[in-house]
Ligand binder design. Structure first.
Ligand code: MGD
Ligand code: MGD
Ligand code: MO
Length: 762
């Protein structure tokens, strides 16, 4: 019996040496999730990559034959040959072009485990060769990640120091959740989660009399236990709603002017915009009703309720994964500042309770040990979501957070631990962009869209096929992760793959420092133990840890309150913003001169929303999937159970289904000008009229003659890769306009449930 950590919880399992048997949730988790069932069922699925494979056109013609990517068969080769091909090609590219031609960002969630964390592995590997073009920010909170350091503090700090769930459950009277308080999303924590605590905290809060309000176009993306009141604005209109709340607080003298004076800068400029002094348009509830569809009367009442209660304003990450996504986040901070409760128990602001299991866990004395990535000597980078533009228009320039970036020309892409054919938008455009570089190398466990669009695919182990240890972000429970089964097929650990290539290229010592996996696990742990001891915290030695079920990393302050020290003394404990205060107006942002992100929060109409819908009258919410983590293990049991006639489920309100003569369980076509996909219809009153939901995660299954048509239900053929703004250049993946109609053709077989055509090497 072994215990093992995943992004979606810990489990205990038996093993027969080849497969996991009788997997059950770790007994210490009060609220385990059924995504766990994806793991064992996926391990030996036919889509597992079992041997190194090379695209036939690349093998025959060499680098530069990218148009065959994604359609040609693969030739299975020996590890020896694969390592030779990879090292020769990397040597060529580094010698001819240098690190500025290697895109090594390799964005993605990979798996739990601190040593085998794939991005650490690949970055260290590429750094040992001279570096790579990096990707900055992320798909999760790309817009707020750039905005919030100017305004208050970086999101990771806001989350790590979040007012703990305990404090919320004991003190909050009104919890206003913009973008929901998601049960499915808080099932998951980056790097793993030992105990899921949100549900109990919410239950206790409700039992004490706390009220929850769910502001979202989807009613059931908030814990049922919250018994939340549902307010369903037009998607993308939240900034207007929040401006009107600010208007009422101001007009009715409910704003805390002392707090605004002492702890903030720029409230006056913002309020003069809200009052309409600037543009003659007061942002009053009648104005907001037209944009949001929320009755003016309800907006007035909500503002009063917020002022009369200990109120927590929560802004989910989804709120900023849209065009002008900075605005609702900045407004969330601004409203909390106007209420004057930032730094008080159970009041104030948070960015992501419900978005991830770690938000609301109190800070630990230290994170778990990690694998050092080395130093990247290459200065060029892009914001991650600008990948298609970089590949299609090298040499062109973009704005980013006050800088002007020139997009580099990429000759080689190396990806490990991510699936851009899942995570990027406008996949038809992306597929074209992806065909440009001379060579694409991918380490993968499965034949995902990305592996199918590579030139060289190297099979990687799953976590329970290798030794590691793991503790998720901000999670105190630190698990040894013993190998429980042998690797599937000829799969190797990413570390061993990179070590072999580095060795071949004469950089082996730099990458491995002459340690193997167990050597590294012990070395990193010992250093960590010593650093903790120097700070006065004692943890057991490596051998004791390795033989244990888990250890607990001590927590600093279980009842932590976000910004309590700043509140106590803003001179002694200033924020890291230019003024040291909360910047409701930011002169830094204003100085950039971006029309799409001025110096204080504003309403800017999105290009694609119900307020200006033409041929595509439905607003698609392409959010995170309930039955899997992104695209990971889409072939696993829990994910497969949710499919309808093999397609990803799409949810629609009964009114919209009736208007189109659609019925529950049928296959539908979802379309717009960028692409089309099939989906299986679920009719549900939990979806606001005018809105449909098709979560991301279905493996991309393009029709052979049309990459813009996904037969499986990947919504990223429909989404746009339009950036959030010039400030952040982030993804806007959450929203797109579409039409949905009955699918009258045959229901096509999917290619993604079997491997691509594999031929033996001669
Ligand atoms: N429309 C839409 N698109 C979205 C989003 C959305 O809300 N809507 N969300 C966005 C967000 S927030 C994110 S974070 C991204 C997520 O995008 P990704 O992180 O790219 O998605 P994953 O499916 O987690 O991809 C991880 C891949 O790594 C592989 N892998 C796992 N472990 C290992 C390992 O040990 N070694 C190797 N070599 N490979 C491994 C898995 O098989 C999987 O294919 O998607 C973004 N895309
Ligand atoms: N099960 C599961 N959990 C996950 C993930 C996963 O793939 N699967 N991914 C993880 C990752 S990487 C991330 S970044 C987080 C993402 O966490 P979030 O970004 O918070 O999650 P989403 O599911 O994209 O969106 C949450 C909800 O926001 C609401 N929403 C969407 N648009 C609007 C809008 O315009 N206005 C309002 N008011 N509400 C709106 C919808 O109800 C939607 O379901 O989730 C993490 N957790
Ligand atoms: Mo994310």
């Amino acid at each position: 019996m072994g215990t093992h950590l995943t992004h979606w919880g810990a489990f205990e399992a038996e093993s027969d040496g080849t497969s996991l048997q009788s997997v059950k949730p770790w007994s210490g988790d009060p609220d385990p999730r059924d995504i766990l069932d994806n793991v064992a069922s996926a391990q030996h699925h036919p889509t597992r990559v079992l041997r190194p494979a090379v695209r036939s056109g690349w093998l025959e013609h060499g680098p530069g034959s990218g148009s065959g990517r994604g359609s040609e068969p693969f030739v299975e080769v020996s590890w020896e040959r694969a390592i030779e091909l990879v090292s020769a090609e990397l040597s060529r590219v580094y010698a001819e072009y240098g690190p500025m031609a290697v895109y090594g960002c390799s964005y993605g969630w990979a798996s739990a485990g601190r040593f085998h964390h794939t991005q650490s592995q690949i970055h260290r590997f590429l750094n040992s060769l001279g570096g790579y073009v990096a990707g900055v920010t992320d798909y999760s909170y790309g817009a707020s990640g750039v905005l919030l350091p100017h305004v208050i503090a970086p999101p990771v700090e806001i989350m790590a120091k979040a007012t703990s769930w305990d404090v919320v459950s004991q003190n909050t009277q009104l919890f206003v959740a913009f973008g929901g308080l998601s049960e499915k999303n808080s099932g998951i924590g980056p790097g793993g989660i030992g105990r899921h605590v949100a549900r109990n905290a919410i239950k206790e809060a409700v039992a004490r009399g706390c009220r929850f309000i769910d502001v979202s176009p989807i009613a059931d993306d908030t814990y049922r236990e919250a018994q939340a009141e549902w307010i369903a604005p037009v998607p993308g209109s939240d900034a207007a709603l929040m401006l009107a709340l600010a208007f009422v607080l101001d007009a009715e003298n409910l704003a805390d002017s002392q707090f605004l004076d002492r702890y903030c800068v720029g409230a006056d400029k913002f309020l003069s915009y809200v009052r309409g002094d600037v543009d003659g348009a007061p942002k009053n509830p009648q104005w907001a009703e037209k944009l949001t569809s929320i009755p003016a009367e309800r907006i007035v009442r909500l503002a009063r309720e917020m002022a009369a209660s200990r109120t927590m304003i929560n802004i989910s990450w989804s709120m900023q994964r849209q065009q002008h996504g900075e605005q609702p986040v900045w407004l969330g901070v601004t409203l909390a500042a106007m209420l004057g409760q930032i730094g008080l128990p159970g009041g104030g602001f948070q960015h992501g309770y419900g978005s991830s299991a770690d938000v609301g866990l109190p800070l630990r004395v230290s994170s778990a040990p990690s694998f050092p990535q080395g130093r990247n000597q290459e200065p060029s980078y892009i914001p991650v979501a600008r990948i298609s533009d970089m590949l299609l228009e090298p040499g062109s320039q973009i704005d980013f957070n006050g800088n002007r970036l020139t997009l580099p020309k990429i000759e080689l892409i190396y990806w490990a631990g991510g699936n851009p054919f899942h995570h990027h938008q406008d996949l038809a455009k992306f597929r074209k962009a992806w065909s440009k570089p001379a060579t694409v190398i991918v380490n993968e466990q499965f034949w995902t869209g990305t592996a199918r669009h590579a030139d060289i695919v190297l099979p990687a182990t799953m976590t329970f096929e290798r030794n590691d240890y793991g503790a998720g972000r901000n999670d105190p429970t630190f698990f040894p992760m013993h190998a429980l089964t042998a690797p599937a097929g000829e799969a190797r650990d990413d570390f061993d793959i990179f070590a072999a290539v580095a060795e071949k290229m004469g950089r082996g010592d730099v990458f491995t420092e002459n340690r193997d996996t167990m050597g590294w696990l012990r070395h990193l742990y010992d250093g960590w133990q010593k650093r903790l001891a120097d700070k006065g915290t004692v943890v057991v030695d490596f051998d004791t840890f390795w033989a244990s079920e888990k250890i607990e990393i001590p927590v600093v302050k279980p009842d932590q309150i976000l910004f309590s020290e700043f509140r106590r003394d803003p001179i002694e404990n200033p924020l890291a913003t230019p003024s040291g205060k909360i910047e409701i107006f930011s002169s830094t942002i204003e100085s950039f001169g971006y029309p799409d992100c001025p110096g204080h929060p504003v309403w800017i109409e999105p290009d694609e929303w119900l307020g200006s819908a033409g041929d595509y009258p439905l607003h698609l919410i392409a959010n995170q999937p309930k039955t899997k983590l992104h695209s990971q293990l889409d072939i696993g049991a829990t994910s497969q159970k949710s499919k309808i006639q093999g397609r990803e489920p799409l949810r629609m309100n009964p009114e919209d289904a009736a208007a189109r003569g659609l019925s529950d369980g049928q296959v539908v076509l979802v379309r717009n000008d960028r692409g089309r996909c099939l989906a299986g219809l679920v009719i549900s009153a939990a979806i606001r009229p005018g809105v449909v939901q098709l979560s991301a995660g279905a493996w991309y299954d393009p029709a052979p003659d049309d990459p813009s048509f996904c037969r499986h239900g990947n919504p990223n053929v429909l989404t746009s890769d339009r950036p959030s703004s010039s400030l952040s250049q982030a993804t806007t993946a959450q929203h797109a306009l579409v039409e949905v109609e009955a699918w009258s053709g045959d229901i096509p077989e999917l290619d993604v449930l079997t491997p691509p055509v594999l031929v033996p090497d001669h």
